[in-house]
Design a binder for this molecule. Sequence first.
Ligand code: B4P
Length: 191
Amino acid sequence: MTRMLIIGPPGSGKGTQADRICGVLGIVAISTGDIFRANVKGETPLGIEAKKYMDNGDFVPDSVTNRMVRDRLAQSDVAEGFLLDGYPRTSPQVDELDDILGAAEASLDVVVQLTADDEELVKRLLGRAVETGRSDDTEAVIRHRLDLYREQTEVVVSRYAERGILAKVDGLGEMDDVTARIMDAINKVKG
Ligand code: B4P
C-alpha cells in the first residue's frame, strides 16, 4: 500500500503524472483541483464558492478545502492507498492532513516534489489554455499562481523534507521519462 503526495508549481505535471503513477501502483488519485472544477461545472454550493478564488488564481480558503479533503479521505476506496495531487498547499493544510491521517511521521510513505523552471511552466499552461480554455490559465493569473506557490507551498515542501520522506524529481523532458524518474524516487524513499 502506498500513501503519497505530489507537489509542484502549476504546470509542473502533477495531474499528468498522478494519473500515470496511480495506474502503476493501483491506488486512487485525489486531485483537489479536479474536485473543485467538477463542482464549478455542476454549479454546486462548493463550486460557486471555489470559483470566486480559482478564477483569480487564489487558493480556495483552507476551511473549505480541508473539509472537502477530510470527507474524501473518509471514503472506502482509499483503504488500499492514495495519491493526493495538489493538497496540501499551505502549512495549515499540512496540519489538517496530519490530523486526518493520525501520527504525522507514520502517515505518509513518500512526498514527490516536481520541479520545472518558470519559463517552461508558463509555456505549458498557455498551451493548455488553447486546448481546454481553463479560466485560470491566462498569463497574469499563471504568474500569480507561481507567486503563491513560492509564498505558501514551498514551506509545505520543507516540512516534508524535515521528515525525510521528500523525493525531489526533475519534471522537465518527456512525460514517460518523468514517470520513470518518479517511480525510481518512490522506490528509493520507500526502500
Ligand atoms: P490544480 O488543478 O492543482 O492546477 P495546477 O496547479 O495547474 O496543476 P495541474 O495538475 O492541473 O497541471 P499539470 O501540472 O499536471 O489547481 C487549480 C486551482 O484549484 C488552484 O489554483 C486553486 O485555486 C485551487 N486549489 C486546488 N487545490 C487547492 C488547495 N489544496 N488549496 C487551495 N486551493 C486549491 O499540467 C499542466 C500542463 O502541462 C498540461 O497541459 C500538461 O499536459 C502539460 N505537461 C505536463 N507534463 C509535461 C511534460 N513533461 N512536458 C510537456 N508538457 C507537460
